[in-house]
Design a protein around this ligand. Structure first.
Ligand SMILES: [Zn+2]
Ligand SMILES: [Zn+2]
Length: 94
């Protein structure tokens, strides 16, 4: 009987093992979708587009040296800001 070989899921940071002789790269649809999203973000960042929505940045990209975080367009920034605020409020209530 042939020994089943395993390899690691190709998704970034995933340690799950999958059977090697299958064409499958990822352990699950979750990993596949996650990597798809990561690749899409990378593509958008290289094109200087908002990594979240893929639209053009509507403000000048900061050339500040210390700026390492990816920024989003103003709309997405606002969205994240409000989401964070909601979360903060929820935490306070808990
Ligand atoms: Zn995985
Ligand atoms: Zn955006």
């Amino acid at each position: 009987m042939a020994k089943i070989e395993y390899r690691k899921c190709a998704a970034y940071g995933c340690e799950n093992k999958i059977v090697k002789n299958r064409k499958q790269l990822y352990c699950s649809a979750t990993c596949r979708e996650r990597m798809k999203a990561i690749r899409r973000r990378g593509k958008r960042i290289r094109k200087n587009l908002c990594p979240q929505c893929g639209k053009e940045m509507d403000f000048p990209v900061s050339d500040h040296r210390n700026k390492v975080y990816t920024s989003y367009c103003s709309k997405c920034k606002l969205y994240y800001k409000s989401r964070y605020k909601d979360k903060f409020k929820a935490d306070l209530r808990a």
